[in-house]
Every structure is written in C-alpha cells, then in structure tokens.
Design a protein around this ligand. Structure first.
Ligand code: UN1
Length: 497
C-alpha cells in the first residue's frame, strides 16, 4: 500500500474535505507509487488562509532574530536529513542524486542566509529637514503569502520563497506542484520539528486550477510568489491585479550559451552539456540554445554530438547515471513533439532525437539527450521553451550577431558566453538582455545569496535570492518622530520666504 499523505493546516495534519486523491509515481519507474495525496479545493484553501491570517497577528510580533532562530533550526534539520530528502526527491521527480543533493543544499544555504537576515532587515535613518525631528524608514511584514511552486526544484524554490517571507514576519499557504508533493510534505515536517507556531506555515495539496487559483483569488491573501510557466504567470497577474495583490513571478526561459571563436572549447563543451542536459533540461535556466561562431561551428558541434551520445540515461538513484527521465508522460510527449517540429522546420537531428526505451528504461519517461543542428531564429525550437533535453544549435558570424540572436526571444532569464577576450565578455555583460549572465560558465548554477530572476516575459521585475528578495516580502513604513513640542510644517516653516 502506498503511503497516504495529508494537508497541514493550523498546526495539524488533516485530510481534505472530499475523499478524492491523486497519486504520485516515480518517473524512472512508473510502477512505483511514491504516495497518495489529497485532492483539495476551495474549502481547504479557505481554512488554510484563515489559519494563516490568525497566526499573522502573533507571528508579526515575534522579534525577527527569533524568527531567524527557527530558520536556523530548519537549516540544521535539513543538513541532518539531506541524503534522505535527496533520495525521496529523485524518486519523486527523477533528477540524479548529485543534483537532488545540490537542490537540498540550496535550501540549506537559503535557510542560514535568512536566519542571519533576521538580525539585519536593515532600514534607513535619514536626517529631517526640520529641527528636533527624526526620520526613518523601517520594514514591516505584509500578511498572508501564497507560495506556489514547480516540481523541478522541489526544495530550492519553495525555500527561496518561504524562508525570506517568514523572517520578514509573513505567514503562508504553500501549494507545491502535484508532481512533487512528498518532498514538500517533508519540508513542512521539518518546519514542524523546528517549532514553527501553528498556522504560520500551511500546506494544501492539489491542482493548480483548483488550489492555486483559489489562493490567487482569495481576498485574504496579500502576496503571491509563483514559479512556473509564462502562460500561468500572466493569468495569475491578471487575477491578482483586480485586488492589487503583490505578485512575484519567476517564469520561462530560452537561455543561450554563446561560444566565440576564441573560446576554450573543452571548457565550453563541459559547460553546454551540464547546462543543456543537467536536470534533463528541465530548469528555467537550462541552456536550450547554443550560439556558435562560424569559425568553430563544425568543430564544436561535432564535439557536442560525440559527448551527448555518451551520457548515461537511467534511474537517478544509481550513482553512474548522468541524465534522469522527464518528469511525466506529458513532458516527454512535449519533447518528442518539439523534435518533430524542429525537423519539419528544417533542423537536423545531430544527436539523440528519440524516446529511450532500452535496458532499464522501459518503465520510465526517458528521452535521449538531443542536439538539433542548423537551427535559425525563426524556428519554434529556437523560440519556445521546451523544458526537456533538447539543445538547438545556431551559427553566427560575429559577437554582435551572437548577441542579437541571443536577445531574439521573449524571455530573459539566464545567458552565457565563452570567450578568452575580455572585451567580448564586457560587451556581452552590457548588451545581453537577461537577468543573469555567466562568463565562461554554463547558464545554470545560480547561488542562493545572489539575486535570481529575469527580464521581459521571464518575470515581473522582482528577484528571488540574495538581499533583494527581502524587498518583496516586506513593506516600507516611513516614520517621522517630532520631538520639538510644536507644530512644524515641512516645506513651509523651514523655507526662506
Ligand atoms: C529553476 O530552474 O527555476 O541556477 C531554478 C540554477 C539553479 C536554480 C534553477 N540553482 O540552475
């Protein structure tokens, strides 16, 4: 019998109102059911928001360093349980152990950063224009947050959102992706073990259309943080605008790695394989376009093709495996569809190109690491986010053309250039339209203490990670303290005339 999971509302593990459930299966072996989860809806969302609203009134008054102490404990527990969480995550969404360990580590790094931020959360003190008056701007909590997260980083992405939100004094309802509800449940168990007060963190399982949208529409939710597709992000933004909720969106990408004729090609090769096929290409930061200078195009393409063919597909729990399965049936079908579209548009399959059903792969959603060559900017495989192990390779004549091609997308998350020429590197830093640019490193690998996010249709101007995320989760309050004992009129009493 598969393990049965529950929602977590107001400090208690509870079933959903309806007895409906959904299963979560291992994408590397669909015979294995990881767990059975409650299919919740409006009713559970309502209870969870109510609990979060009530808890907010006391949580906002807990000193921020004390809130940080709980996050420090969360970090300690995650550290102690790192291997257990990584293994569960691999079984749940398929990426290899090396990467799921990294995913948990990103959560741990975020916990310790947020814990120490509890002792900062700096405001400003500013001189007043009037005598005997003190001006300051301080950060205050906002209220109830809806945390809606994807399956590709089941620990890193929820923790990027939840930890800063909590240290700032907000409470929350967490709606994890229905492909990774077990890892999400484990995270909430860790909160419970660390002593989070009842109602501060609530967990509601279920679909995006039911639970996610009920949160977005709920009048008592003040802020929404969402990572997922651009299409859903736009919908959330539209609905949230009706009640002027604060919204942070982290959406799609079509990230490019540029390889110049002066690049260290061996280094660029390692970078593109990691960027394109790590996490089976299922990252918002994944390298999905490779833009190569014509002078090294043929040589570099053959290097990529030779290596892509040697990557070992399989169950991510086995240490020797390089690339795990796609997360589910739909995702693999999407990959197959895009390969077909690429070929119809005139690209050639230089490596891979098919679903993989060989030894040990028959019961998983595996797809070969695929390289499409001869891709041009107008093709759909150069424009649309595929979210799978497909790399589109394009040829350019110059740095200027490489940057024009890299920018020819509606997205703007990550980017990379391999060059030994410092002038090329700085021109790329200035001219590539993306939230993140790597020099001589792949498009993936963001660190928890740096701002993370993108421009154009990748987001709506907010950043996660680092010091910047604290701006999203707190409101500025401006305070004037007049200790003159008399009415002082700004702009009037201190003016010359
Ligand atoms: C994502 O794909 O949404 O930079 C997050 C990276 C990871 C985070 C990716 N640290 O690839």
């Amino acid at each position: 019998m598969a393990k049965k999971f529950q929602n977590y509302i107001n400090g208690k593990w509870v079933d959903a109102a309806s007895s409906k459930t959904f299963e979560n299966r291992n994408p590397a072996n669909w015979d294995e059911v990881v767990g059975v989860f409650p299919l919740s809806g409006k009713e559970e969302v309502h209870q969870a928001v109510k609990a979060a609203r009530t808890a907010f009134e006391s949580w906002r008054l807990v000193p921020a360093p004390k809130r940080g102490d709980i996050l420090k404990k969360v970090g300690d527990i995650l550290t102690a349980r790192k291997e257990e969480i990584a293994r569960l995550m691999t079984r749940e969404m398929g990426k290899v152990l090396l990467e799921t360990r990294g995913d948990v580590q990103e959560g741990i790094d975020t916990a310790y950063y947020a814990a120490s931020e509890g002792r900062r959360l700096f405001g400003h003190t500013v001189p007043s224009e009037l005598p005997n008056k003190f001006n300051m701007a301080i950060r205050v909590p906002i209220g109830v947050a809806a945390i809606i997260t994807p399956w590709n980083f089941p620990m890193a992405i929820p923790t990027w959102k939840m930890f800063p939100a909590l240290v700032c004094g907000n409470t929350m309802v967490f709606k994890p992706a229905s492909d990774t509800p077990a890892t999400a449940t484990l995270l909430v168990e860790v909160f419970q073990e660390a002593g989070i007060p009842a109602g501060v963190v609530n967990l509601v399982h279920g679909g995006g259309n039911e639970v996610g949208m009920a949160l977005v529409e709920h009048p008592d939710v003040d802020l929404i943080s969402f990572t997922g597709s651009t299409a859903v992000g736009k919908k959330i933004s539209e609905i949230a605008a009706r009640t002027l909720k604060r919204v942070s969106l982290e959406l799609g990408g079509k990230n490019a790695q540029i390889v110049m004729d002066d690049a260290n090609l061996d280094l660029a090769l390692e970078g593109v394989l990691w960027g394109a096929f790590g996490t089976t290409g299922q990252r918002c930061t994944a390298t999905s376009r490779l833009i190569v200078h014509e002078k090294v195009y043929d040589k570099f393409l053959s290097m990529v093709v030779a290596k892509a063919g040697t990557l070992r597909l399989g169950d991510g729990l086995q240490e020797k495996v390089d690339v795990g399965p796609c997360v589910n049936e739909r995702q693999r079908a999407t990959v197959e569809e895009y390969v077909k579209i690429g070929v119809q548009e005139g690209a050639t399959i230089a490596a891979g190109g098919h679903k993989a059903t060989g030894d040990g792969l028959a019961k998983g959603w595996f797809h070969e690491p695929t390289v499409l060559a001869g891709v041009t900017s107008t093709m759909r495989v150069a424009r649309e986010e595929i979210f799978g192990p497909v790399l589109s390779v394009m040829k350019v004549k110059s740095l200027a053309e490489a940057i024009t091609v890299a920018n020819d997308t509606v997205y703007g998350l990550s980017s990379s250039i391999y060059t030994q020429d410092i002038n090329n590197a700085y021109a790329a830093i200035r001219d590539i339209k993306a939230g993140i640019t790597y020099i001589n490193a792949p498009t993936i690998g963001a660190e928890a203490h740096m701002p993370f996010g993108g421009v154009k249709e990748t987001g709506n101007g907010h950043r996660e990670g680092g010091w910047t995320v604290y701006d999203f989760y707190s409101e500025w309050k401006t305070v004037y303290v007049d200790y003159s004992g008399q009415l002082q009129r700004a702009q009037i009493d201190n003016a010359d005339n």
